[in-house]
Design a protein around this ligand. Structure first.
Ligand SMILES: C[S@@+](CC[C@H](N)C(=O)[O-])C[C@H]1O[C@@H](n2cnc3c(N)ncnc32)[C@H](O)[C@@H]1O
Length: 331
């Protein structure tokens, strides 16, 4: 199958905002050609879902992404242009020229693999692509093996890292966990390995739920402690779909009194804001909502939504242009 490749010509300082805007439009697998050299630390943290192609140079950049030619390209490009206009109000977007070309499926589905190498989230959590060999391992390392396929969730994106660090800090042994927008299953798997009693992953994308199941198997997650469900109502907010799943008797029994100890959602600010209100009823008194996928321009909106819904915000953490907010529920 041929894909349509869209390339935006822009500036280095606009790249993160444009990536966030495309991400808000549901576009993943973005490719960046950035003419500002990265530091060694930045290279380590680079978002592998966004392939880094780094040149020395002049502050110009190109952001490319791929769409199915059957999609409504005209509407999408109009939304991209509106997004560029909004971004240009606070940062230079350069020429903003857009070019369109065709490409083969395998070009972008597989070539990112060469950039995805084992890496550390912190001093004890290591993410390893399933096809790589780990050369340096400490005795207490928790090694998670991941093949995200074309789903989101290599662990290298700042939002995933922020969620992993929060899970490590707050998850208690035997907690019941909902991973809303589970993608490759990376957060579900880590929650399970950190001692969760039961984890339910939910994703709108059937390719993601399949990949999450495969990754759970690779990581030897006990099927009785883990489950992933497809949100088969694509136009329904994840919270409503989740509430439906919670009607499932087996799941109700597993999570106990229909409520989770912890909900983690790395989706998008625009999904998290309504989700925070709806999901609160499915979080135990004193339980925790960890949310990320929030570009920094939306931090205040998300915090206001949590406060309005009576969460007590206990932590806000930031990495690059991305934010994680954690709030406890008190009824
Ligand atoms: C940013 S990815 C996060 C993946 C993984 N949890 C991580 O942290 O790397 C967001 C995921 O949410 C899913 N998603 C978006 N909207 C959703 C909805 N309404 N219901 C369920 N999943 C949704 C997407 O398909 C995607 O896999």
């Amino acid at each position: 199958m041929k894909w349509t490749k869209i390339t935006l010509e822009t500036t280095s300082e606009a790249v993160d905002f444009i990536s966030g805007m495309l991400y808000d439009l549901g576009i993943e697998g973005i490719e960046i050609e950035d003419n500002v050299p990265l530091t060694e630390e930045e290279k380590k943290q680079m978002f592998v879902d966004i392939l880094p192609i780094v040149n020395e140079g002049d502050n110009t950049a190109k952001v490319s992404f791929y769409v199915d030619p059957a999609d409504d390209l005209v509407s999408l490009l109009m939304r991209v242009k509106e997004g560029l206009k909004e971004i240009s109000e606070f940062v230079s977007v350069g020429s903003g020229n857009i070019s369109i070309s065709d490409t083969e499926d395998k070009d972008w589905i597989n070539n990112w693999k060469e950039f995805f190498k084992p890496f550390r989230i912190d001093d004890s959590i290591v993410i390893k692509p399933t096809w790589e060999t780990l050369t340096e391992k400490k005795p207490d390392d928790l090694v998670i093996e991941i093949d995200p396929g074309i789903s989101f969730g290599t662990g290298s994106h700042e939002t995933t890292k922020l969620c992993i660090l929060a899970l490590k800090k707050y998850l208690k042994q035997n907690d019941t966990v909902l991973d809303a927008g589970s993608g490759s299953g990376i957060l579900s798997i880590i929650a399970s390995k950190l001692g969760a009693g039961y984890v339910l992953g939910v994703d709108i994308d059937p390719i993601a739920t399949k990949s999450a199941l495969e990754n759970a198997q690779v990581n030897n997650i006990n099927a009785s402690e883990w489950n992933v469900h497809e949100n088969d109502m694509p136009n329904t907010p994840v919270a409503f779909a989740t509430a439906n799943l919670i009607e499932d008797q087996e799941i109700r029994t597993r999570i106990g009194k229909d409520k989770f100890d912890l909900v983690v959602a790395n989706i998008l600010a625009d999904v998290i804001i309504p989700l925070s209100g709806i999901i609160k009823d499915n979080i135990k008194d004193g339980g925790l909502f960890i949310c990320s996928g929030i570009i920094n321009t939306k931090e205040d909106e998300v915090k206001a939504a949590l406060e309005k819904n009576n969460y007590k915000i206990i932590e806000v953490n930031r990495m690059g242009d991305w934010v994680m907010v954690a709030g406890t529920v008190s009824k």
